[in-house]
Design a protein around this ligand. Structure first.
Ligand code: PLP
Length: 511
């Protein structure tokens, strides 16, 4: 089995090609064009079912519900797959709420998070009967007013912000590996402190048309380590206990632990792999020292040094879903009981995003040009027809994706190159990575591209965005069409006065 493949992977290699489910990726590009996002229906279903089984195994006290975060991949066809699995949906924006309601998720399993929430959004939430996860004090009077005016009961949860003093290892997510996780989690805007909770919770319990159903937390993927999850559950349970005691023994019916579980291959590794920043710092220092020897010597030495540089995607996989589930449920149960919170009938909810969608999606892109520089330093550029602006979700989080040349999966790696995108930026999608005997027309597959990537694409350089395809066994269907130039310019408005360029110099006069 090639090293990039994992157990339960929707990917496989056959006859030298990369397959996703039963579809040859090279044929998918022929059929749907390049570049292309491809999603595996079976992988999404399998990921959801594993979360559901694993957490339910550890939570005998009540139901478990998986509410995948829509932000990670809100393509409507994908949301329908999740709804058909009996999932709920974690929603952030008005648009995501529209998608969730149209996909027909059970409203009581739609968790509307986020801050700020506009007044119209809150009214719509109350009207639709979804869960509102309160994340600012300003929301409370609006919720109360909406419930009264619409004559409905608003079901709310409070998003808590427990500190994590027991996990001080650096965050992978914030500050290039230089910020302790507990500080990074505190600085993030989400959640209410104990004092803020106590400003509104007693009033919520008294308000006739509002029902406080439970508590929520989300810290995100700061670390893949199990200790991080243990500390989150310990502190969440402690904070729930503190709030319940302060509310004279209030007992929650729903407890939502949020998301942040890693993708199995865990492409989130640039911040934990310091080789590139260290290499660059060394380069700068040596370059300064070499200036006195003149440019010939300087370039010769730098070229030899640069020849040593190489980057590799992360080779340390995340823990399994079952291991995260075990540590979360064990710690949460134990600590809630210790703090006097009854577990009887309590629904446990979780909101994984990246770990549901990440390994279910790949991005296929075609090699358009290969440039080799031999002097004064040696560098190879493999230029592909995609761009890092279609990987903005991952770039922002310092992902370095695993990759494979889809039509050359069994070719040995014989060189190294920068895989460069088509925008006018540096666009180093994969910097200094090992490559096989690459030729124009080869197809590169960037793995684990199912979460946060397609939904974060931008229009930089006015390039129309690529299509998305869903595979299911041998079937491949378009679920988001490729954009045209008209799509790119659709929102543009030219004011009347700029429609004729008045001061254009007639070509006769110019001469
Ligand atoms: C409230 C909430 N829940 C769940 C998620 C999903 O996180 P992830 O994709 O890291 O699992 C997010 C992501 O930001 C979030 O804000």
């Amino acid at each position: 089995m090639p090293s990039f493949l994992q157990m339960n992977d929707c990917l496989s290699t056959r006859n030298g090609h990369l397959y996703i489910e039963e579809c040859d990726t090279v044929e998918l590009v022929k059929q749907f064009g390049s570049p292309l996002f491809v999603f595996s229906e079976n992988q999404i279903r399998e990921n959801v079912q594993r979360f559901q089984r694993a957490f339910q195994n550890g939570w005998p006290d009540g139901p478990v519900k998986v509410l995948p975060a829509a932000k990670a991949n809100w393509i409507p066809a994908i949301q329908r797959i999740l709804a058909s699995e009996g999932c709920g949906c974690d929603v952030y924006s008005e648009g995501e709420l529209t998608i969730a309601l149209e996909a027909e998720f059970e409203p009581s399993l739609i968790s509307v998070n986020g801050v700020p929430k506009d007044e119209a959004h809150i009214y719509r939430c109350v009207d639709a009967g979804v869960r509102i996860t309160i994340d600012s004090l300003e929301e409370v009077p609006i919720i109360e007013r909406a419930a009264t005016e619409l004559n409905k009961v608003a079901h709310v949860r409070l998003r808590l912000k427990p500190a994590l003093p027991g996990f001080t290892r650096h965050s992978d997510f914030v500050g290039e590996g230089l910020v302790p996780t507990d500080v990074a989690a505190l600085v993030y805007k989400g959640g209410l402190t104990f004092d803020q909770v106590m400003e509104v919770a007693p009033r919520l319990l008294r308000t006739k048309n509002v029902e406080l159903v439970g508590f929520h937390q989300h810290h995100g993927r700061h670390s893949r380590m199990l200790e991080y999850w243990e500390e989150q559950m310990r502190q969440f349970a402690r904070e729930i206990g503190r709030v319940c005691r302060a509310l004279d023994g209030y007992q929650p019916r729903e407890i939502d632990i949020g998301g942040g579980f890693p993708i199995p291959r865990d492409p989130f590794n640039a911040a934990t792999d310091y080789s590139e920043p260290l290499q660059l710092a060394a380069l700068q220092g040596i370059s300064n020292l070499l200036k006195v020897f003149g440019k010939g010597v300087r370039y010769r030495v730098l070229a030899s040094l640069i020849d040593l540089f190489e980057t590799h995607p992360n080779q340390t996989p995340a823990y399994s879903i079952e291991e995260y589930a075990e540590v979360c449920t064990r710690t949460l149960r134990q600590e809630l009981l210790r703090h006097g919170v009854s577990l009887d009938g309590v629904m446990l909810q979780l909101e994984p995003g990246r770990s549901i969608h990440g390994n279910a999606g790949i991005h296929l892109t075609t090699v358009k040009s290969i440039k080799r520089m031999t002097h004064p330093i040696r560098w190879t550029y493999v230029i592909v027809d995609t761009t890092e602006f279609w990987f903005t979700g991952g770039r922002y989080e310092h992902h370095l994706h695993e990759y494979v040349f889809a039509n050359k999966v069994d070719h040995p790696l014989v060189g190294k190159a920068d895989i460069i995108g088509r925008s006018c930026y540096g666009d180093r999608i994969l910097p200094i990575v090992p490559i096989p005997d690459v030729e124009v027309g080869d197809i590169l597959a960037i793995l684990d591209a199912g979460a946060y990537q397609e939904v974060s694409m931008s229009h930089f350089n006015a390039i129309p965005r690529p299509a998305s395809v869903l595979v299911h066994g041998r079937q491949a269907e378009l679920i988001r069409r490729r954009e045209s130039e008209q799509d790119v310019f659709r929102r543009d408005v030219i004011p009347e006065r700029l429609q004729r360029i008045r001061n254009r110099v007639p070509s006769e006069e110019k001469r």
